[in-house]
Design a protein around this ligand. Sequence first.
Ligand code: ATP
Ligand code: MG
Ligand code: MG
Length: 551
Amino acid sequence: EMIAATNFIRNMIIQQREAGQQQKVITRFPPEPNGFLHIGHAKSICLNFGIAKEFGGDCHLRFDDTNPEKESQAFIDAIKEDVNWLGFEWTGEVRFASDYFEQLFDWAVDLINNGKAYVCELNAEQMREYRGTLTEPGTNSPFRERSIEENLAEFNKMRAGDYPNGAKVLRAKIDMTAPNINLRDPILYRIRHQEHHQTGNKWCIYPSYDFTHGQSDAIEGISHSLCTLEFEDHRPLYEWFLNNLPVPTKPVQTEFARLNINYTVTSKRKLKLLVDEGVVKGWDDPRMPTISGLRRRGYTPKSLRDFCDMIGVNRSGGVVDIGMLHFALRSDLEHSAKRAMLVLNPIKVVITNWEEGREEMLSSPSHPAREELGERTLPFTKELYIDSNDFMEEPPKKFFRLAPGQEVRLRNAWVIRCDEVIKDAAGNIIELRCSHDPDTLGKNPEGRKVKGVIHWVSATHGLPAEVRLYDNLFQVESPDSDKDVDFLEHLSADSLSVVEAIAEPSLATAQAEDRFQFERVGYFCADRYDHQPGTKLVFNRTVSLKDTWAK
Ligand code: ATP
Ligand code: MG
Ligand code: MG
């Protein structure tokens, strides 16, 4: 069993309940539909949906769609699919922050009417200058003291489309000298003549993230608004809006640390760059740390959920070792993946003391510990393939596999001995002539010990398979930690290699996304898109086995 680490938010809710605060737990997962979800989002999904489930509450899926130029329906569809695939169902319909645009507009008008918002015409550069710095207070905008009437007229003209992009913004009137820069008259609305995937051309002004997020939480009655630590500095503003607007409920924001994993990047902007630059074949390329990439690679939903339990939820950052993700994955696949044999680097073996045309249909359990998964048939024939790495012409002392004059067991079959090595004119080994000991099926050979066991496939019945061997995209632990070096410089040159392998015949019926442990080779998954049962076998290497076979 996987050990779950501390989840301070869960503990907080338990304490709240013990203190008699029995309010219903309502959380939300609020992605912006400007890219695919990544493994970092999985942490947020498991947290929000997990908490709701545990405490008998609800979890909403809400798209934070306030930047239409970067967003799309395709991203919305992909995100919904990923959340479901991870094993979660949101409560009610999918929600959109854009559902609340009319209400947000009315609330902006309320702020103007209360003298708490104004239309500002400073350009971006001036705005920066007036804002001040961490050590210097800001300066009031010259537009700050406009009359309520003028502000209302201007804001309505902004909405009516009377001004070009960037000409004016609506700002909250809070405090230009506040130590927290987010409170220095933040922007509430900007002009964007841009069609929106949900609202079409209804709007040419769009609310800022800060003006949208907390109020959307309030409209939905969110009890616990969970977000990552970079929003900690926004919390006073989040609360300012809730305290200065007639919102129906007052959600409470709690921040937790983002998930970072070594040897990869978890930033949508950087992942988008990998896609746009053609480094990978798309957002769901099996090398991507996106949920759909991990899925295509062969990760199980359970392994990702277990991983999120293992890392826990806390307020201090840090980088999680990718080995932990692999551990969660192997732990699940060890139990769930069927076994099969596949030879990656085939070399032919001819069994000289096997009659021409004779076929034995051997069988083997699909899983060593799970009888209910049934058996598969392994035809044994005169010509077989083994992996060329399992043969050495001049082996070192502890090489327990095949070598001239040396015996090895073929897994689930007989013990064979290599009698002769056949080479071509150039000296390359093209065939191994071996003899089998007919008295070794399911029993030890008489009078000697054979330590090694290797995998094999019948040359007559084996099926060609395309195997995609994936490795880390980056060759360094923290590709994006050095501000002076572009993270793309750290890409690994061999994150993908494609080989033609020979698969055992039972794999003809493998369906797309079926997962296997190819014995002694690793865990693999039939490619979600390119694999065609019976016609074109394509397997992605999900993760290697632990080195338990290395001797
Ligand atoms: P990115 O920086 O990659 O674009 P984001 O935070 O802008 O990520 P959103 O779509 O806004 O992406 O994220 C939706 C939710 O997922 C937010 O609540 C966000 O805090 C959370 N989230 C995003 N990245 C991580 C991460 N690495 N670890 C934990 N939670 C994350
Ligand atoms: Mg965001
Ligand atoms: Mg972002």
